[in-house]
Design a protein around this ligand. Sequence first.
Ligand SMILES: [Zn+2]
Length: 1062
Amino acid sequence: MLTKLWRSVVGNGACRARHTLRAYNGTNKAAFSVASPDKVDVQIPVAVSPEVAKKHGFEVIKEEFVKEYGSNCVLYRHTGTGAELMSVHSADENKTFGAVFRTPVEDSTGVPHILEHSVLCGSRKYPIKEPFVELMKSSLNTFLNAFTYPDRTCYPVASCNTRDFYNLVDVYLDAVFYPRCAEKSNPENVKIFEQEGWHHELDSPDPSQLQYKGVVFNEMKGVYSSPDSVLGRVCQQALFPEITYGVDSGGDPRYITDLTYEQFCDFHSDFYHPSNTRFWFYGDDDPETRLEILSNYLKDFEANQAGVEKSRVLTQKKFTEPRTVTDYYAVSESEDPSQAGQQKAYVNVNWVLEDDVFDLETQLAFGFLDFILLGTSGSPLRKALIDSGLGEAVCGGGLEDELRQPTFSIGLKGVESSSEENLKKVETLVLETLESLAEKGFSDSSIEAALNTIEFSLRENNTGSFPRGLSLMLRSMQAWIYDKDPLEPLKWEDQLEGFKAKLKEQTPTKLFGDLIRKYLIDNPHRVTVNLLPNTALQAELDGEEQGKLDELRKGMTDEDMQELMRKTQELKTHQETPDPAEALKCIPTLDLADIPKESQEIPSSLRELTSGGEKVDILSHDIFTNDVVYAEFAFDMSSVPKHLLYLIPLFCRCLTEMGTTKEDFVELTERIGRKTGGLSAYSFTSALKDEDKPSAYIIVRGKSTKDKFGDYCEIVEDIIQNVELDNKERFKQMVLETIAGQEAAMVGRGHTYAIGRLHAQRDTASAAGEYMGGVANYHAMKGLAEKLDADWDQVHNDLKLLKNAIFKKKGMLVNLTADEKTLTSIDKDVAGFVDSLPDVGQAPSDQGSLLWYEGKDSGLLLPKQNELLVVPTQVNYVGKCTNMYKDTPYKQHGSSVVISKYLSTTWLWDRVRVVGGAYGGFCSFDNTSGHFSFMSYRDPNLSKTIDNYDGSTNFLKELTLDKDELTKSIIATMGDIDSYQLPDSKGYTAFMRHLLKVTDEERQQRRDEILSTKLQDFKDFGDALQSALEANSQVCAVTSKDMAKQAEEERKDLGFVTSQVL
Ligand SMILES: [Zn+2]
């Protein structure tokens, strides 16, 4: 329960393999989003009486008030089917529902994952192609997705609007219990399985064109291209060889094609049954309505005990001896001879900690141990690994306790793989470090820091944009899914007090030493995984797939080929034919009248603080934050010279991870942990509307309780004035970690790199961003790593220059979020902090190097060209970009938000995802800069995807849209704009609007325009987009070597510039 929490604070570690239905769409809605109103007079709904429950077919098993979340929780059992329901009554308006099934598997065909996708493709009451997409297009949801875990499948939805919420619940319930995909009586339904899972495709009479297609098939190819995911899977399978975790529930592309439609339907009838369901309701809606809704579905089922038995998750018997497993990940052959043989291994040491789920006490204690060992860059196990120089970055996420048996994993990536001896050193180091920590214990300050950090995070319960109700559901499920008490994981307060008392009584050295010995050092269920690079693996995998297709081809007659072509065409036609407008009306929706006309304002006041010869802007937001202060200090980047932009991200990391001249970085990290709820520094850049000058800031952001705010300011003052910049070795570690992180990101999130390149051809802010975080930054980091020893003096001087140039009162802005009384009480601390800064910074001698900040240095922009960036991958990320304001008369208008969302969820979803087989395809329009961008995610196609992008304009121009459809798309857009926000993000949103100079009047105008969007707006937008694309547009794709060659051939007209990046 703790690991997840501290990760959200520290932002660390990889998450367990979990496949989500919807890809991240990368759109930024901060500039226009509006907060929901603050609650006054909170009232928690009272649970229904047992008699009323009985009337609906439910009996109460347990009822309890959980003080940690101010919620009354009632656990019910449906007497007819045995289905369980946790009904959580709280004052939270962000209502959440979930249906969770236990879905263990015996093979790696990915059947639960394909089913997770498929059930949302039409059902009894909603007989259309994709009700899920219709909800995306028409509802006010604050969450809409589905997850496949190694042993369960979850269907969660959330909304703040009660009517909308119940609509979502009904579509989801009908989808899971009555999906068309598992309805064998209609042969048409197999198409859903083929589309979402896999099928043979043949487009032309040329048999060599025969291939496998399918959304999950392709999604998993993308997953299997990422070495970090490969590592996670190999470790899990090595730890649990005899149970369901020993195979891949997401699906291994090599075995997905073994799955038959018959097996798929059987899996549904076995596991998607009320007897095997755990339902979750959370929020401020009416308790009885929940029972009514469920009982309407459950009354038609009888208990299915056989399915329940079959769904039980077994445990892995503990090993008696530690093991070592060697496996491989694919890398491309380097064309640069100096790089040959440099490809590095992953070494990860893993344990299964317990025979079953941890008891609460151990879970809490181990959660603390995990944080103390690994939680910050100064934590001793993490630090020992990095300091050893054996690898480039830490891998393995420490404690994982979401599955039946908790595990612990830690290791290094970027390990020199030429000798086995060297690999062995990592394991030895991990074991020896644990041994010495068990012996010597931990410093008092590190334990105090861990206590404060974890307690702060539990009390703040800041789940970001994730609904709180969903976060609670997932936590509760860790016990509930294994037939244990669902409320236990939510009750941390007494456990925490007990733990603190035990710490005092036993001494931390004894308590943690015992845990380390019992669960790690003396635990024989340990597997060391060596994951080695293999340049032949990709060809082998491709060969294996081709071999299977060859085999099939051999057995096919000409008639078979014809038949397959016909079926391919039939599937495509089916996919491309929209549902009739009449059919779409089955999806319940709201009226425009349900949407408030006025945009909601976030309380903000701006004042000037005069200090020395400067005036500093103080922006503050009077919002109830439960005694926490959220504070941002923003420093403009006007005196950062162009040639040092590449150092900015490292410089920001130095601030919190290098220590100060007074304390080393371990002491500093601990002080941050003891006194604050987290602190970070990063850069922010954005184009401004109608200005060449970008908005560019270094932001120091953090939070603390009201009474520790003075300490927080003192820490910020310390790090910006006295940051230690002399530690070359530490700096080098950060450079190597940065490179390792970028390499993983380029393979896993290639679309963000592609789109970053395209924007960097267009505006100063994006070009600066490319040097600070894109492919250009990656090249700079590689160069820096090579010459760091020789050039350290220069680099060191550059870092000092940045420090003296950036931190100053001039151009500075302070943003504070807390209630008014708290804000008043911290005035003095804020003033003291501002006074401590110099009035103006030290500008570099070469004034020409600062012209970029004025938007006057066109040399910063990347050349306008079409690019292919080659990395080792089995899938593509295709970007295309143009600007709507530059070559067309198009003017900023609210309807553009509706139109780009509509385009993403219709044309692009259908062509790029459904027909094309990519995991995601979407577009975004940046209202500020005018950039219009298309992106695809884990895409099997490249040229075809570009054609589909170009086809958008005709789609818009020829669109017919009845009033209902138009209303739906407006409502869905308003759902994004009025998205639910926790207090800290309200304050932060207002701060972003201030930096981007977006006024409340302007927001109201956009809102009016959105609400009055007409069909003609779509057509006009299509015209303008077409002119813009024709006048000036570029493509950039992250792709493999082979696919790059093919694209160069197919699209000679684009004159691609190809470069191997990894
Ligand atoms: Zn998926």
